[in-house]
Design a protein around this ligand. Structure first.
Ligand code: BGC
Ligand code: BGC
Length: 433
């Protein structure tokens, strides 16, 4: 018999998260243009087994069934992302009414079931036409994001009150532009830094566009990791913390870049940019998966830190260490670092992958332990307002294709049949009580 979970504050929001390219499929329908993920996934050798998001979970056609699964689970909110290339197939110009129509129907279906829609404007699927002009290395992409935000808000803003601008700009910069393991597959290492600034500038412009359309609650979702130092020298860990966490939190919450990176960013930061980036947000979205252990790099290494494996914890199918107390550490650390500048926090993603056929006890234990870790942070005084599981469905796990399964609901990718897992039933009883 396990201990029942502690009670969460009144109004605490439970939800699930997904992202457009990972679940929708229907990549050629209703005028959708190609995104960098279509290009990348169709490039031989980029994804495991050559998997693509062409069909994915076919959510575009089956969203009614998926909304029914959410309703039955009892979640108060659903975080999904809007595919920019459905709204503006080439990344600029007037919006595509048919593409927006899909989100219109999805939002209505959610509201009918009493589920709060929480769309993310950008979860990595840049219109390919913008990448052809430089992508996030090009300052103009920030302005394009602001323009896109305005179009989406004009269509959905009468019913959607809460918004997320970007998902994990750090992962997009690092994997997409520094290491080349995600779309657009560029391996620029430290030369990828302008991608951080341009995404943040786009975030600020998007916040302004959403506010102008009457948004009530706007947030940015960052991937945050507690950074642990390996060895006696704390410097490499501090440097990594600057790159992964502070680069994306400091300018938004404090209006400045961390000292260590300010000089490197100087050439791309124009007068007024930091004020735009600091446009107040109402909440910070935090995605947490695991801490990061950092040691000193070899003298001739291209990066000023070295990431090391964390030993002594169970690992997910991905090989990521399971460290629930890292989430408490992260949340109390954010509070200690930012004090009054930290707005309320939502955990906008947390979850684990398993492989086909694994007993679902692993996911239940994972979620149980991380919910306790969130509760401990609340008890320590951090204002955490909600928790979203990644993910509702097994889906296209980027470079790993369909091999890593994060779903509360199993998807058979041959038949697209959905089957709730034990963790789905478990979470339903947690929410119900
Ligand atoms: C990292 C995780 C991170 C994830 C995001 C992984 O490579 O180990 O910390 O949350 O990428 O996709
Ligand atoms: C991303 C998701 C991804 C998950 C697991 C996060 O970095 O936002 O799209 O599926 O981690 O890797």
């Amino acid at each position: 018999m396990v201990d029942p979970l502690p009670r969460f504050p009144q109004g605490f929001l439970f939800g699930c998260s997904t992202a457009a390219y990972q679940i929708e499929g229907a990549v050629h329908e209703d005028g959708r243009g190609p995104s960098i993920w279509d290009t990348f996934a169709h490039t031989p050798g980029r994804t495991l087994g050559g998997d693509t998001g062409d069909v994915a979970c076919d959510h575009y056609h089956r969203f009614g069934e998926d909304v029914a699964l959410l309703a039955d689970l009892g979640v108060g909110a659903y975080r999904f992302s809007i595919a920019w290339p459905r709204v503006q197939p080439t990344g600029s110009g007037g919006p595509d009414a048919a593409g927006l129509g899909f989100y219109d129907r999805l939002v209505d279906a959610l509201l009918e079931r009493g589920i709060v829609p929480l769309p993310t404007l950008y979860h990595w699927d840049l219109p390919q036409a913008l990448e052809d002009r430089g992508g996030w290395l090009d300052r103009d992409t920030a302005a394009r994001l602001g323009d896109y935000a305005g179009h989406v808000a004009a269509r959905l803003g009468d019913r959607v009150r809460r918004w997320i601008t970007l998902n994990e700009p750090v992962v997009h910069m690092a994997q997409g532009y520094a290491y080349g393991t995600h779309a657009p597959g560029r391996s620029l290492l430290l030369d990828a830094l302008p991608v951080a600034h341009h995404q943040l500038l786009g975030h600020g412009l998007a916040v302004q566009a959403l506010r102008a359309a009457g948004a009530q609650e706007v947030m940015l979702t960052n991937n945050c990791t507690p950074v642990w130092a390996d060895g006696d020298d704390p410097t490499p860990a501090a440097v990594y913390d600057a790159f992964h966490n502070r680069l994306f939190n400091d300018p938004v919450l404090l209006g400045s870049y961390p000292d260590f990176l300010a000089a490197a960013l100087d050439p791309v930061v124009h007068d007024g940019d930091l004020a735009t980036i600091r446009t107040p947000i109402d909440a910070l979205g935090v995605n947490y998966y695991n801490p990061t252990l950092v040691g000193a790099a070899a003298p001739d290494a291209p990066l000023p830190f070295e990431l090391r494996p964390i030993e002594g914890y169970p690992t997910t199918a991905f090989g990521w260490p399971v460290v629930p107390q890292g989430l408490t550490e992260l949340l109390t650390g954010l509070r200690d670092t930012y004090g009054d500048a930290l707005p309320p926090v939502y955990i906008t993603e947390n979850g684990c992958s398993t492989t086909e056929g694994t007993d679902d006890r692993f996911r239940i234990d994972y979620l149980d332990a991380h919910l306790r870790a969130v509760h401990a942070a609340i008890a320590a005084g951090v204002d955490v307002r909600g928790y979203f599981v990644w993910s509702l469905l097994d889906n296209f796990e980027w470079a790993e294709g369909y091999s890593q399964r994060f779903g509360l609901v199993h998807v058979d990718f041959a038949t697209l049949r959905r089957t709730p897992r034990d963790s789905y039933h478990w979470l339903r009883s947690v929410i119900g009580s």
